[in-house]
Design a protein around this ligand. Sequence first.
Ligand SMILES: C[S@@+](CC[C@H](N)C(=O)[O-])C[C@H]1O[C@@H](n2cnc3c(N)ncnc32)[C@H](O)[C@@H]1O
Length: 299
Amino acid sequence: MTAKQFMPAEIEDAQAMSASEAIEYHYDNDTRFFSLWLDPTLSYSSARWRDPLAIENAEPDLTAAQLNKLTFHLDAARIPKGGSLLDIGCGWGAILKAAVTERGAARALGLTLSRDQLDHITAGGWPGAEAKLQDVYEFDTDERFDAAISIGAFEHFARPEMDRPEKLQRYRAFFDKLHTLTTPGARFSLQTIVWDALTFDEAKKWIPQTVFPQSDIPFIEEVIEGANGAFRVIYLENDPTQYADTLDAWVKTLKTHKATILAEWGEEKYTFFERYLRNSKLAFQRRKNSLARFVMVRR
Ligand SMILES: C[S@@+](CC[C@H](N)C(=O)[O-])C[C@H]1O[C@@H](n2cnc3c(N)ncnc32)[C@H](O)[C@@H]1O
């Protein structure tokens, strides 16, 4: 099957957006724009609407589902009282803030590639929380962390041109780095979008149609193989409805702020984000993508 055959019509439209424009839209956007349509914690990743094993326990709205997601990861990470947490791809710092203000962490360090996010965290002034503008692959320190969390960053680690051995090597390098940065027995709670009902070759053809054409996302088995030897996987959930519902909530809120966004940021930006959120939702509904949460223990 070719990429075109399984491509929804709306995704064909989104191809008009070039790779560099897509990057620009995502990394040079200001915090105020995102605060219009994200939840109050500014979580820019899938919420946790339900426990996939429970029959009836859906969260009532995005705000509750995002808080439930933060609780899931902080519980899973088990930061010891007075201990330290590393958050790889910390966004606007919701995990860092909760770790030091609610979970007894003495220190929470976040890594991000976004200056807007760094400035937001610095302005927050949460005692013990700090962010660095730093690529995790280049991060070097003598510090050893008692726990680690990464939500929505793993999707950016591999490049589209990588074949499977290169992709696995890239993921292994990440887990080896994290092994060095953490103490024995440290928990790592990882959330990432994964490819689902596609073969490796089909996924490669799908990448140009996604919103980050400069990165490739993992298959579940690639994450497990990458972690093998450095971390032991003790829990996994795999549920595309979690992200489909999050994207649905985001697009609804974005639409309610259409007039403001058009006036302040212009039509091109509004159209890009509306299409991107809608198309991404379709990819989860059609199971091209799924949302995986892994809990691991450092060997
Ligand atoms: C989709 S956002 C998710 C942010 C946050 N974890 C959340 O859930 O709201 C992805 C984050 O990963 C960061 N990121 C991506 N690649 C990274 C890398 N190689 N090293 C460090 N941070 C990275 C981005 O700067 C951004 O903060």
